[in-house]
Design a binder for this molecule. Structure first.
Ligand SMILES: NC(=O)c1ccc[n+]([C@@H]2O[C@H](COP(=O)([O-])OP(=O)(O)OC[C@H]3O[C@@H](n4cnc5c(N)ncnc54)[C@H](O)[C@@H]3O)[C@@H](O)[C@H]2O)c1
Length: 256
């Protein structure tokens, strides 16, 4: 098992459709001790899911745009399990109107909100993990991104801009964290029908387009993204840092 003896934190499980749930199951199946964080509102659903995984822990982290919420969650994790070997950031949010209207209409507040929750929170989490000396030697951090960071995808709008900032943050964080031997990478996942994805206009068309054009002619599953996440947590990926790895059935490599 790839992750035997490792402790990994998964931030962003909401329900059984969450990509973070695919990562939780994959890490668990590979032998990791898993600590999930979720918001208060999702906690009863996530508790039920975790009942399938003996020894998995649940910690509340309500709002990653509040430093005190992140701080409290990390302190609780430190108390429960001590140092960790990996953390997945699977969190994003934008205001509905900013995903429905043309991008040009994005408000200053909506732009800042999407950046704060979906991108800056990764920087805050990484910094606090380091300040609290919570990372074991060789620890690996991961965040989820999407193709809309690289190309203008209709309807992805302000979230594409936030993901572009997330991907750039991963590269800068890789330089800082690398000084202590820690790694950080992004996974650019293909589209998956989740609660968050429901907010994106014409999401069904995006799924159809992937089936038609991706070299493997199908959409990805949360299990596949979860398995790639487990690989990045594992020592098999020990020389990979600062990368954005596409787990998208090859969609992003196709031109015309
Ligand atoms: N679904 C897709 O097509 C797709 C593709 C590529 C990347 N992603 C990314 O994967 C990650 C997980 O999304 P998902 O699609 O599994 O949807 P999801 O709705 O299951 O998960 C999103 C999570 O973000 C959390 N969240 C939102 N705002 C928060 C805040 N302020 N504080 C704390 N938590 C907050 C939610 O509670 C939820 O757990 C996101 O970063 C998303 O952008 C999704």
């Amino acid at each position: 098992m790839l992750l035997q003896g490792k402790k990994v934190v998964i931030m962003g499980v909401r329900n059984k459709w969450s990509i973070a749930w695919g990562a939780t199951k994959a890490a668990y199946d590979q032998g990791a001790q898993v600590i999930c964080t979720c918001s208060e509102g999702s906690s009863s659903k996530v508790k039920d899911l975790l009942a399938e995984l003996p020894e998995a822990e649940l910690v509340i982290c309500n709002d990653v745009s509040r430093d005190e919420d992140i701080d409290q969650a990390l302190e609780e994790i430190k108390t429960k399990v001590g140092k960790i070997d990996g953390l997945l950031h699977a969190i994003a949010h934008a205001n509905t109107e900013d995903l429905r209207n043309d991008f040009i209409l994005t408000s200053r507040e909506g732009y800042a909100h999407a950046q704060d929750v979906s991108s800056y929170s990764l920087v805050a989490v990484a910094r606090m993990l380091r300040e609290k000396q919570m990372l074991n030697s060789g620890a690996s951090l991961i965040a989820y991104s999407y193709f809309g960071a690289e190309k203008a995808v209709q309807g992805y709008n302000v979230m594409g801009v936030a993901k572009a900032a997330l991907e750039a943050s991963i590269r800068y964080l890789a330089v800082d964290l690398g000084k202590e031997g820690y790694r950080i990478n992004g996974i650019s996942a293909g589209p998956i029908k989740t609660l968050s994805a429901k907010g994106i206009k014409d999401f069904g068309t995006i799924l159809d387009m992937v089936e038609e054009r991706a070299p493997l002619h199908r959409n990805v599953t949360i299990e596949e993204v979860g398995n790639s996440t487990a690989l990045l947590f594992s020592d098999l990926s020990s020389a990979i840092t600062g990368e954005i790895i596409h787990v998208d059935n090859g969609f992003s490599i196709v031109g015309v």
